[in-house]
Design a protein around this ligand. Sequence first.
Ligand code: FAD
Ligand code: NAG
Ligand code: NAG
Ligand code: NAG
Ligand code: NAG
Ligand code: NAG
Ligand code: NAG
Ligand code: NAG
Ligand code: NAG
Ligand code: NAG
Length: 555
Amino acid sequence: MKYSNPLFALPLLLPLISGYHRQRCAFGDSCWPSPEQWASFNSSISGRLIISLPSAAVCHREHYDAQLCQTATSNWTNSFWRTSQPGAYAAIVWELGQDQCFINTTIDAPCGPGLVAHYSVAAQDVTDIQAAVKFADHKDLYLVIKNTGHDHLGRSSGKGAFSIWTHNLKGREWHNAFVPKGSPNGRTGIPAVTLQAGEQWLDVYRDAAEHNVTVVGGQARTVGAAGGWATGGGHSPLAHFYGLGVDNILEVNLVTPLGEYKTLNKYNDPQYFYAVRGGGGSAWGVITSITYKTHPNPSHVQVGFAQFTTTSNSSFRTVLSHAFKALPRITDAGYTGYGAGDSGYLGLIFIQPNGTDETFRSAFAPLYEIANMTNVTGQIGSFDFPTWMDYLNTFLQDPNIATNVMDTSRLLTANVLLNQTEELLDLVQDYPEMGLGFNFIGKVNSAERDNTAVHDIWKHSRALFTMSVDWRDDAPEAEKKRLKLQAVEVSGRFAEIVGPDGGTYINEANPYEPNWQETFWGEKYERLMRIKRVVDPTNLFVCNRCVGTDIIYNP
Ligand SMILES: Cc1cc2nc3c(=O)[nH]c(=O)nc-3n(C[C@H](O)[C@H](O)[C@H](O)COP(=O)(O)OP(=O)(O)OC[C@H]3O[C@@H](n4cnc5c(N)ncnc54)[C@H](O)[C@@H]3O)c2cc1C
Ligand SMILES: *[C@@H]1O[C@H](CO)[C@@H](O)[C@H](O)[C@H]1NC(C)=O
Ligand SMILES: *[C@@H]1O[C@H](CO)[C@@H](O)[C@H](O)[C@H]1NC(C)=O
Ligand SMILES: *[C@@H]1O[C@H](CO)[C@@H](O)[C@H](O)[C@H]1NC(C)=O
Ligand SMILES: *[C@@H]1O[C@H](CO)[C@@H](O)[C@H](O)[C@H]1NC(C)=O
Ligand SMILES: *[C@@H]1O[C@H](CO)[C@@H](O)[C@H](O)[C@H]1NC(C)=O
Ligand SMILES: *[C@@H]1O[C@H](CO)[C@@H](O)[C@H](O)[C@H]1NC(C)=O
Ligand SMILES: *[C@@H]1O[C@H](CO)[C@@H](O)[C@H](O)[C@H]1NC(C)=O
Ligand SMILES: *[C@@H]1O[C@H](CO)[C@@H](O)[C@H](O)[C@H]1NC(C)=O
Ligand SMILES: *[C@@H]1O[C@H](CO)[C@@H](O)[C@H](O)[C@H]1NC(C)=O
């Protein structure tokens, strides 16, 4: 057999899609609604239908606007500006596809629509979303959901599609004693916060600090707090203590594929609730708000850092080898971290709320050994921040905005880090062009794991290791294709290294992952498909490599 995909070996063979073939009408298709039908729909949603355009369109031809073009140019890599544009995406590749629309070319230069939806509903409330879902269903539209546009798998754009844009749904409600709807009588509430779908992490963190609590959220400023981050899992510097984002969800409100407004929690619909907690965005309906547990402020926040530069490839290999092997010990001691590297350089930071000098010295001893090696220059240290917000103000960034970065990744267990170090190092050495990243390092609290749809490998993983490619916007198509294929090749090598039980984090994965169902969800995919057939029987909600989809992008 050519495939080593264990799903093929299962007695219960699942079809790729949920069996229902829906027409997905896009702009330009004969089944696209008429201008009159659009006008009538627009008036039914108080005129909130907008044309969505690539982020540089205001600098070209019929859409040229000197003022807006100036704003776009000066804010091109600003994540706050970029995430507030209906047609802008963090990774330009998911905005433009193979079209051209550059910020720095002349007014007359081409500006294609790329992968941007043709129309978007700039939703202001739940009824706009219900109307949009029903219209999309009735007219068989190619429907996408866009929140911030941060997604790196192309799951929030779609060529000529009809988009529900959730960015303007703002609101945060803090609870001292939240009780999920339908809880058994006498249940006492717990501290929590309800976030509307368009909320973004920095705003939530600032407000949390005002309320003297912390929230498990992303290491990012503008990533959505209640969209793709949440439904995909949501890793956080607090995950060692409090689990992933999904583990902290108490309740979800959403508009179902049938257009109904529904509240999901563990009491009233455990199956549906399981699916949205890790089953990915744009597969289960449109989330309108999420209620998360909140947590007490730490007494202080300790940050440890380590940086190594080397003068030869062989010493870089040695540094990386020791770093991989040090991670189980560091993460056992409660540290969560992030890192980046490329040939010759490795930089790591680790965070521990309430961390002490004792835990630091013991956990970081292996890194001190690296710093003492021949041909290696190292800096290691730690410092404390008085509050969580002080840590965030210093370290929260949104890297790679307006680039074409494309990751390939795996969650690495202690076993892989310690026992397959050489295979990992060979892989790194075989692809010297690729950037190295630890998008997340940590041992996650997995007490809730079986109640969520995220891959079981999170129970054992210690680091999300990524290798990535990037290219200039105007690189030749052949060069882009070569790099995309290279990333897919690396995914194959990763799969061999981690074996059949391995997997990755769906939100930081390769967009062309070959065996995506098993790599993203493992054995849980089967259950997700059963739930998908019940809650979205006509398969309205789809996206690249999402549960039950028929939209599969190829390099
Ligand atoms: C700078 C940066 C930093 C990051 N940091 C972290 C991090 O610290 N931790 C982490 O876990 N991940 C991180 N990520 C990855 C992040 O989780 C994903 O990019 C995620 O897809 C973003 O979700 P979004 O809602 O902001 O983006 P979008 O691109 O708008 O949406 C992503 C997906 O969710 C769907 N979706 C969005 N809103 C809804 C909704 N209301 N209902 C249903 N489906 C919806 C979309 O259709 C799409 O499929 C980071 C990404 C970037 C670019
Ligand atoms: C929808 O209606 C509003 C208000 O009348 C109008 O400003 C807007 O241009 C319309 N949208 C489209 C796409 O025509
Ligand atoms: C765009 O950049 C300018 C400075 O160049 C700044 O004043 C403005 O606030 C930015 N706009 C947005 C929407 O971020
Ligand atoms: C937060 O703590 C400060 C200082 O102890 C206090 O003044 C403030 O009232 C608290 N805020 C809330 C919302 O509890
Ligand atoms: C840290 O210490 C504070 C204050 O003692 C405590 O409330 C909190 O639970 C501790 N743990 C974390 C992870 O913040
Ligand atoms: C290190 O490896 C890269 C890629 O294989 C190669 O181009 C470079 O020459 C090597 N550097 C040294 C100092 O050997
Ligand atoms: C240190 O680097 C030099 C060349 O830069 C190399 O010859 C030597 O083998 C290296 N030593 C070790 C221990 O890697
Ligand atoms: C590293 O070297 C320093 C002095 O250069 C020494 O004090 C320290 O003990 C060494 N650490 C290890 C782990 O070898
Ligand atoms: C590494 O492999 C050995 C031998 O197979 C095994 O005993 C050990 O448990 C493995 N280490 C981890 C962390 O799994
Ligand atoms: C325009 O920007 C792209 C990438 O953003 C870059 O590759 C290209 O060289 C730039 N062109 C000019 C004329 O500055």
